[in-house]
Design a protein. Structure first.
Length: 304
């Protein structure tokens, strides 16, 4: 960790001392002074990561470190920063909590902190993050193209299974009895059979002669996409709504004193935190849904 005199560096005057679980005292900045890229709002080009941001644990430190390192390089290259949001990765949840919410104790990343856990599965990481990795130069064209192909196969196979019907032939009924599944009284799609608890994409191979050869990991994704389709669709709708607010950016130079009808507490918190978007502002403690509506109306009226 850098040995800094807090008083000599703008933005670090308000750093506090915390004592973590390992009985080590260390300087800890107020992470709300950071952007989502982990660059200081008031110190151009200075990035901060690790336990000095108020987190606890090696995984949290490593997660911040890779994002801060990537963004330092992106800044030198004149490129936009890499910012993972709460629906992209647990890293996004971790950083958003640190830079948006004032924490009173060392922060640990718990899965319960994430609203979109169904989409943040580790088996789904390549499909979630390959675009970001490729844009940042961390994923080769070869690996990028492999993930693109995997995604295409999954989508096409899910579509095929949803459109392929099977009847009540003796072969189908015998197959169902052998797997302890209820026999059909009318036609059914292969996708509907896969959704049965006792069946899976792998299990129905014997009655699905048209299926293509796919890898084990691809087959796993196909099975998950079909079995949990309803839950996944519901969560993706929630993510779409969340991202609409994240895309409503707040001008950097906004004067919250000019926003009429904002409560005093909300005005103070917004001036202190300086959120980048309406979505981020909505997660600040002390800023109510009514304050967000007032801010939206103000931004709409003052749009360039």
């Amino acid at each position: 960790m850098l040995d800094l005199d807090r008083r000599s560096v703008p933005g670090l005057e308000n750093a506090v001392i915390v004592r973590n679980a390992y009985a080590i005292e260390y300087d800890c900045i107020n992470a709300t002074q950071l952007k989502a890229s982990l660059e200081f709002k008031e110190i151009d080009g200075l990035f901060s990561a690790g336990q000095s941001n108020g987190s606890s644990g090696y995984e949290e430190a490593a997660a911040q470190g890779i994002i801060a390192g990537i963004n330092a390089a992106m800044k030198l290259l004149g490129k936009d920063p890499l910012i993972l949001d709460r629906s992209d990765a647990y890293i996004g949840v971790l950083i958003d909590d640190l830079v948006t919410k004032e924490t009173s104790e060392p922060y640990r990343m718990m899965t319960s902190r994430a609203e979109y856990r169904l989409l943040l599965r580790q088996d789904y990481a390549d499909l979630r993050l390959y675009e970001y990795g490729h844009r940042a130069g961390l994923l080769s064209d070869e690996r990028y193209n492999a993930v693109v192909e995997k995604k295409r196969i999954i989508e096409e196979e899910v579509q095929r299974l949803s459109e392929t019907s099977v009847g009540t032939s003796a072969k189908i009924q015998e197959f169902l009895r052998a797997h302890g599944s209820t026999e059909l009284t009318s036609g059914s799609t292969l996708a509907e059979l896969i959704r049965r608890p006792e069946l899976s994409y792998e299990a129905i191979a014997d009655i699905d002669p048209e299926r293509p050869e796919v890898s084990e990991t691809t087959a796993e994704q196909i099975n998950i996409e079909i079995k949990y389709e309803g839950y996944i669709k519901r969560q993706r709708i929630q993510v779409d709504q969340f991202r609409k607010l994240e895309k409503k950016l707040i001008p950097e130079g906004i004067d919250y004193d000019d926003v009429p009808s904002l409560r005093i507490e909300a005005r103070q918190k917004l001036k202190k935190m300086r959120p980048a978007s309406i979505g981020q502002a909505s997660r600040i403690s002390g800023v109510s849904p009514a304050d967000i509506n007032v801010l939206l109306v103000y931004l709409g009226r003052n749009r360039d």
